[in-house]
Ligand binder design. Structure first.
Ligand code: ATP
Length: 263
């Protein structure tokens, strides 16, 4: 589905602040893959998403999506098949608009020349979808999203993302800013939606145990490189201890991210 070839991301080229963030990254993502991504701070995980989504221009290399070269495709065009959720729950929804108005935008995303109407049928659909979140939002359609808690807002973001039927979703520590109960709830919904909507997914997490427990493939990034790509039986039998040991073996240095080990 996605083929990344020799991807280089360099910021500040030609300046004293030149920063070669992604170094000749190659990655082939198959349809249905659920890839968890771990790596220390500054490893280049978010930059990889920024290249994939078209948020940042690529310095060199090629990104193909279903055989089509999308390396230079504008971010707004890629948004019709790539969904993204950020750590900050405020980013995925418009706080000054009601829940139903936010959902109307999601329902018609990528559909051109259609009147964005909210009739009874559509509203009933929204109610059915919101009921699945089990957060009582189905009774608050007219409430402004700014009134919701972080967990409710992130769950709504997730729901709105799947409503727009993306092929690939990019999750960037999307439960990290939530309290444990809401984080677990949003994670549970994420897993349900990935399965139900047959999504291909990538999930950055600082929680090594989550990276091991979820998905079919685990990638570790370090200093702009993919240094591990673990799947199949090897992933099934993985432990945090074994993962850290593998890191030591490859890099001959300490794994610097205590947060990852402690979580
Ligand atoms: N637009 C940009 N301009 C300049 N430098 C950037 C830009 N985007 C990212 N960087 C730099 O690229 C490096 C990698 O950042 P990135 O956010 O991809 O790391 P990360 O692996 O996601 O880290 P974290 O786990 O801390 O979020 C950092 O040194 C960062 O400062």
């Amino acid at each position: 589905m996605i083929d990344i070839q020799n991807l280089n991301m360099i910021f500040g080229e030609g300046t004293p602040n030149r920063n070669h963030v992604l170094k000749d990254v190659n990655l082939n993502v198959k349809k249905g893959d659920f890839i968890t991504i771990v790596g220390s701070n500054g490893a280049g995980k978010t930059t990889l998403y920024n290249a994939l989504s078209g948020h940042d221009p690529v310095f060199s290399g090629k990104i193909s999506f279903n055989g089509i070269d999308v390396t230079s495709m504008a971010e707004y065009k890629r948004a019709s098949f790539i969904g993204r959720i950020f750590q900050n729950p405020l980013l995925g929804t418009a706080g000054n608009m009601s829940i139903e108005d936010n959902m109307v935008i999601a329902a018609y995303k990528g559909i051109k020349k259609v009147k964005r109407t909210l009739n009874k049928k559509k509203r009933d659909e929204f109610i059915t979808l919101l009921t699945r979140l089990e957060m009582d939002l189905e009774n608050r359609l007219k409430d402004n999203v700014a009134l919701l808690s972080g967990g409710q807002r992130q769950a709504l973001t997730l729901l709105m993302m799947v409503m727009s039927r993306p092929e690939l979703i990019l999750l960037d520590e999307h439960t990290a800013a939530l309290d444990p109960r809401n984080a677990a709830k949003v994670m549970e919904l994420t897993l349900q939606f990935i399965q139900e909507y047959d999504l291909t997914a990538m999930m950055i997490t600082h929680n090594m145990q989550h990276a091991i427990d979820y998905g079919n493939r685990l990638i570790m990034m370090d200093k702009g490189e993919i240094i591990m790509d673990i799947q199949g039986e090897e992933k099934d039998g993985l432990t945090v201890k074994a993962l850290v040991k593998k890191f030591h073996h490859i890099r001959k240095e300490e794994f610097l991210n205590d947060e990852a080990l402690l979580s």
